[in-house]
Design a protein around this ligand. Sequence first.
Ligand code: ATP
Length: 422
Amino acid sequence: MKVLVIGSGGREHSIVWKIAQSPLVSKIYCAPGNPGISELAECINISAEQTALLCEFAVKEKIDLTVVGPEAPLVEGIVDFFSKYELKVFGPDKKAAILEDSKVFSKCLLKKHNIPTADFQCFDDYQQARRYLSSKEAPIVVKADGLSKGKGVFVCKTNDEALQAIDSIMKDKVFGNAGNQVVIEECLRGEEVSLLAFTDGRNIVAMESSQDHKTVFDGDKGPNTGGMGAYSPVPIMTDELYLRIERDILVPTVHAMNREGRPYKGVIYIGLMITASGPMVLEFNVRFGDPEAQVILSRMKSDIIPIMLATITGELDKVDLDWYSQASVCVVMASGGYPGSYESGKQIIGLDLLKDQKDISVFHAGTKSEGGDIITNGGRVLNVVACGDGIEDAQRKVYEAVSKISFGGAHYRRDIANKAIT
Ligand code: ATP
């Protein structure tokens, strides 16, 4: 089989790494890919947004399966486009990808189908949004409706902060049209967990749990980032909690999408807050999380290809999904200054020391090849992942591996997975 993976980050490197283990696959292409991916796949110089060119390539090369990493092409309708040419694509179509594209849509869906989430109100009018806020007490959460690259959510400690958030979203339009509407919602307290599942629209198979670390500094301090690390499994996810989330959230959401005439296929990502009154939905994503994919796929025992194909053909009930019992921890190494402005072009030293090391993977994100060297080329540069006998062992191994890599200005969190240990 020939497989095309779309994207260029650490998530896509881990997807390519997992696909490369399948005996069913003879050739992997990645568009556009990165230097790490190029060791496993042929990288094609087409960006993830160039749908027509990607489709032309897939037709010409007779690609048997295309896997879309990031959300933007899914929201733009890449699955619909490829399907016209009878190409198989793993992921939801445009109608279903609205689950991530519009927070107003997803919150209304949750409310209509009685799926637990924070209380909320939606506004398309700036003055009304401000008036509503004055009747509410902080802390409160303000969200831009559309895709905002992880920056569209403001957890506000004071009403003033919330008013500023509304100003920047609706008046200053810092997220463009993604800020035409806002969701203002109750601030939930608890532990955050991500649960991802494969679905063919009828059958649903949940994956192992994981937890992301969104803020830049240790102790969950500083501004939000694309994700500074993750671990799996999450100890608070007992069997009982797992079943409750499946019963009260996962299954009803997939069925709700069917009832709305938006059947959902691919991977569904549910961001949850485990509150004192039970699990509640924070957000949906319509693709693997980054860096959650890196820890989850490191633990997946089954061949991922039959599972991905089954989500397309509607035969997910015929495939098995098995896991390694080992835990995994991912630490993101970022450029100095990230998530603010940062410099690129720093030489990365030490990658060779971690090649072919048991239980260690280094997934590239913002890297570039130049004159035989690997240099930094983005905010999040590398994702170092270790598997171990339990979280503590995986954490020890991952930080030992991280200590072998260096580049100018490199920074990373030193407390990834501490929550799972303490
Ligand atoms: P974007 O839409 O900009 O891509 P995102 O999808 O990453 O952002 P969310 O995951 O919905 O945004 O929210 C980001 C973070 O904000 C969450 O991981 C959580 O920590 C916090 N958050 C979101 N909603 C709430 C809430 N109701 N109560 C408390 N914290 C929240």
